[in-house]
Design a protein around this ligand. Structure first.
Ligand code: UDP
Ligand code: MG
Length: 317
């Protein structure tokens, strides 16, 4: 029952200053690729402007193994850019993203592929249930971040989700049809929809080297994702403006009853506060209204597709 053509799995591996781990990663992957003899592989290393010997390490293995391809960036553009470049470069029927530090266990690849082959899913993604190897502060901040983004964004962002996942070609094409420049992959993967199965695994520490994410980098990345996937911050002024206006109206009514109807003495400061709240509220409300137009423009400029198709009768086998 041999098929003439084997499936091709593209594995995208972004690398930034990873000279210590490239060859170790390759050795592990070589074993995994051998185990999965029923498929062909291409390993796409994306060298994201490393300042160490990462590129030389990659070239070394590319010379001896034709399955190894690579893209070398002119400078550091960030992991998101690396992922995008890899997705555009990949030729596979199935496309996988994996960190080079072996924090994403290659053995899961087999289960991911079997699932896509035999079950009705388009993607198998992974999430780690523990966070060994990360500082206490980072664990807390990560948890808070996922709470906030899932409250204010309609796109669900799975807590603990890693970028490690295997996708069918049609899902990758859908992701590539999103042309926005500020990319937050976890959000995009979720936004395009399709059927995703989640596998969980125990997180391990990276085999060598250090994490490339310091506090500020993570912080600005999380702000990026919130701005990219939530319009809530834009409407804050609208809500606060409405609250101010409401309070000032109540104050005016009370002042009117006290001062005009009951003819009591009125402290001028109270009148002034009511006026300030009214003017402030009115300005904030106008800002909020402008935000609505800005939000619409923002969504138009992103130019995301209005819908994406998963299957039609042409896909019936
Ligand atoms: N990475 C990259 N460009 C960057 C930062 C990181 O390509 O600017 C790669 C890095 O080489 C690794 C992956 O992204 O393969 C994840 O990085 P890291 O392990 O430092 O992140 P962590 O596991 O600490 O979240
Ligand atoms: Mg890592």
């Amino acid at each position: 029952m041999r098929k003439e053509k084997k499936d091709l799995i593209s594995v995208i591996v972004p690398c930034y200053n990873e000279e210590e781990v490239v060859s170790k990663y390759y050795e592990e992957m070589k074993k995994q690729m051998q185990k999965m003899g029923e498929v062909d592989f291409e390993l796409i290393f994306v060298n994201d402007g490393s300042k160490d010997q990462t590129l030389e390490e990659i070239k070394k293995i590319a010379r001896i193994d034709k399955r190894v391809r690579f893209i070398d960036f002119s400078r550091n553009f960030g992991k998101e850019a690396g992922i995008l470049a890899g997705l555009e470069y990949a030729q596979g029927d199935y496309i996988c993203m994996m960190d080079v530090d072996l924090q994403d266990p290659p053995y899961l690849l087999e289960e991911m592929y079997d699932t896509l082959k035999n079950e009705d899913y388009d993607c198998v993604a992974s999430r780690s249930i523990s966070r060994h190897g990360y500082s206490f502060l980072r664990k807390i901040l990560t948890k808070t971040y996922y709470k906030i983004i899932n409250i204010i964004s309609k796109t669900e962002i799975m807590p603990g989700a890693r970028d490690f996942r295997l996708m069918k070609r049609k899902m990758v094409d859908a992701i590539l049809s999103l042309k926005e420049v500020n990319r937050y992959s976890k959000g995009l993967f979720s936004w395009v929809g399709f059927k995703t199965k989640w596998l969980t695994f125990e997180n391990t520490e990276r085999i060598a080297g250090t994490t490339k994410w310091n506090f500020w980098r993570l912080f600005s990345y999380s702000i990026e994702s919130i701005v990219g996937f939530s319009l809530v911050p834009l409407f804050l002024s609208l809500v606060v403006g409405l609250i101010f206006l409401f309070i000032s109206f109540i104050m005016f009514i009370v002042l009117f009853i006290k001062g005009v109807i009951l003819d009591y003495f009125i402290n001028p400061f109270t009148t002034l506060s009511a006026l300030i709240l009214f003017v402030g509220g009115f300005i904030l409300l106008s800002l909020g209204i402008m935000s609505k137009y800005l939000a619409n423009t923002y969504l138009e400029v992103k130019n995301r597709p209005v819908y994406l198709i998963r299957e039609t009768e042409k896909d019936l086998k």
